[in-house]
Design a protein around this ligand. Sequence first.
Ligand code: GAL
Length: 912
Amino acid sequence: MLCPRPITFLLACLAAFAPIATPGASGAMPPPRERLSINDGWRFTPGDPAGLATNLSYDVRPALEEGRRDDGPADATPQEAARIAAVAAQPVLKPWILPTGNALIKDPAKRHARPAGDPGSDVAYVQAGFDDSAWQPVTLPHDWAIAGPFIPEGNIGGMGRLPSWGIGWYRRKLEIPATDAGRRIVLEIDGAMSYSTVWLNGRLVGGWPYGYTSWQVDLTPYVRFGGVNQLAIRLDNPPASARWYPGGGIYRNVWLTKTQPVHVEQWGTIVTTPHVARDAATIEVAVTAANTSSAPAAVRISTEIFALDDAGRRVNAAVASIPPAEVAIAAGERNTVRGSVVLAQPRLWGPPPTQQPHRYVAVTRVTRDDALLDTCETTFGIRELRFDPKRGVIVNGERIRIQGVNQHHDLGALGAAFNVRAAERQLEILREMGCNAVRLSHNPPAPELLELTDRMGFLVVDESFDVWERRKTPLDHHLFYPDWHEQDMRALVRRDRNHPSVIMWSIGNEVGEQYTDAAGAAVARRLHEITREEDPTRPTTTAMNWAKPDMPLPAVVDLISLNYQGEGIRQEPEFEGTDRIRTPPQYPHFHAKFPDKVIVSSESASAFSSRGVYLFPVSPLVSAPVRDGRGGDSTIRHVSAYELHAVDFGSTADKVFGSLDRHPYVAGEFVWTGFDYLGEPTPYYESRSSYCGIIDLAGFPKDRFFLYQSRWRPDHPMAHLLPHWTWPERVGQVTPVHVFTSGDAAELFLNGRSLGRKAKGEFEYRLRWDDVVYEPGLLEVVAYKAGREWARTVQRTAGEAAALAATPDRATIRADGLDLAFVTVRVTDKDGVTAPRADHRIHFSVEGPGEIVATDNGDPTNMESFTSPSRQAFSGLCLVIIRARPRQAGEIQVTASADGLQTGATRITATR
Ligand code: GAL
């Protein structure tokens, strides 16, 4: 059944037409739109050329205070922006860069005119004749800092002790055929860290400061058609610009997009599903086409809808189509057509396990007479999203408790360089735990990450900023926020609004404007309004660790996101008299003040642990700060894996579960964090990476993984025992045993003797036998649910380390130069029991068509370069990441060897 809505269009001169492409000499007509990956063939060098005479800085930066640490407590009050006293000795490039964002500035009066001149054209690195053969050949995505070396000394722990700051240049040749003359040639960069400036053939084209935004520049006026063009990109990544590891370089995909002058604009399609029912759904499609030619154009725009299978392939014929609309577009203008269709028996998008993430694609065609001018595809999902202040998030009528985690953008040993398989592996591990949602803290993600969350059915909080006008670190985002917030916010929403997985827009995280009352709320209101203009279908939110219900900020946003405040902050007596934030539990206060707004815990637990490291004595509490002798040991920089300790202002999982169960109207939680990440290594600033992940940096689950699984997958029979049971020095000493189970009771046995059966009480989430006296042997737990045996598991005392066992995450990978195998290597005794404290140095080698990309062991104190082919095991485990060589099929043999241990090996098949 078709139900088109009225089509709106501008009536301009229909008589004249913009030129369309003519066939080249060969007679072959290029396809109307080409989006070419240009990730390969780049050359890279750090630093500017010697004797640089031109100032290539985007702007003047405030001086850095000497000796200042690059961290501070995460909940420190952000400060007023530093005023820049110095005046540039030479003009800066900002006036030439600002026009790049014009398409995202709504008010024409506020758009920027390009000044005269071509700054930088005298710089050797931008010139076609410059010989860059001595530069490093690189393939994008590229993170210049991840190979290290780590810098153990100095005030750079917050940003991860890797050399991410500084200048970097990238050059690439672009061959643009003569047949492209008359087409529009656009460079699209999904993310470059940071302050990008682009030159083509020696002429400054534009750029973008924010390292996380996807942006584009129009190369057309600078292109030499029918020849080789020289592209040069300079990045200038400041120190002290982030509270975590930002990475450095062009760390996401780069594309060259070619269209006709009349084309669908960047992010120019909007697909919404305003009415969704089981038997029918309304699909609305808005298409904005632009005409960059000097003549008016009259075109026809149509859209067909196809179902996609799980792999994203179209299934059969179109299931619906929106009738063509005639539209006139004046020269240099744009125009939007809107249409809709009702689809019977839609396959809805929803989160597993109760729903399936079905997707569709809208294929839009722009034609004139019979000529196809443009075509583009928009993947979307049909789902009804409701926010109910008493029940939380409702997807297709079903209440979905948010079982979420926060995720920073780095991929551990691979750094910031985006890799689809590495991100997919993270999501698979999270899914195994029962996680159904991710908050992409605190910046726009790689676009491919949202394709994964769409396909896998995760709910996503898409977040724009960690900082607005007030600063958290000296050279962070506040420096260009006033000039760029509109462009960055619109870019995020326009790019991501068709993703069914995105359920809300977070416009900020713990921003300093929480402290500035009406002035801060005005900054928030501006972002809220921009966001709602771009997408009226989803709520806005901002994560608050300080703003209280009676302050102006929470009133601005649609949905209340609380960081730590729900549980209460620093309520323990030891924090009395502190000048840091102390807040009693806030859920009831926000709920009373905003009865119409959904509340979610955007950062719930921020607990610490080092995988497999158990420290004694064990706290009798379920949530306590870390101190030496109380869960922590600053001499070895580890936090106990009993999972009882948290950041001073945060809570552990057990405490959060209790507060969520006491306040069932709260929509759920996002744990800080799913995976450990590079930088912000609280509580040990000298380390390289964080301690708060449920899963370590290498992707190995900590014990906490099973605590979450026990709650988030109540129907999955499981029981987990901790600690490991290999303690030769603890014979006769009290060694508490804790059990995480989706059952409700359990009985513990040591060498066949029952140590008693215990049941979970109200608001208890673990079973604990705190007085067990250690003896080697077999520890076993039998878990029960409703009186019936539900799950059982054991811990065995390991013998001497004897062998290595290697297991890949997948037996077959694609030989496309991108796909990866993650091989876990375990140190075992002669019977295959993991030696849980083994720290042998393991050497990795590869035979066949593969290569080692990186190694890791998940130890936050480990400062060996990630590219090292050898590494010490940490708590018995080590990881090696293997890539198949492009286009080389075959068997890859991965071998792990260590002194005194039997070698371990595994095979991975690379297919073409
Ligand atoms: C929060 C902050 C996060 C991270 C976390 C550490 O205050 O939003 O970015 O710093 O604390 O526990």
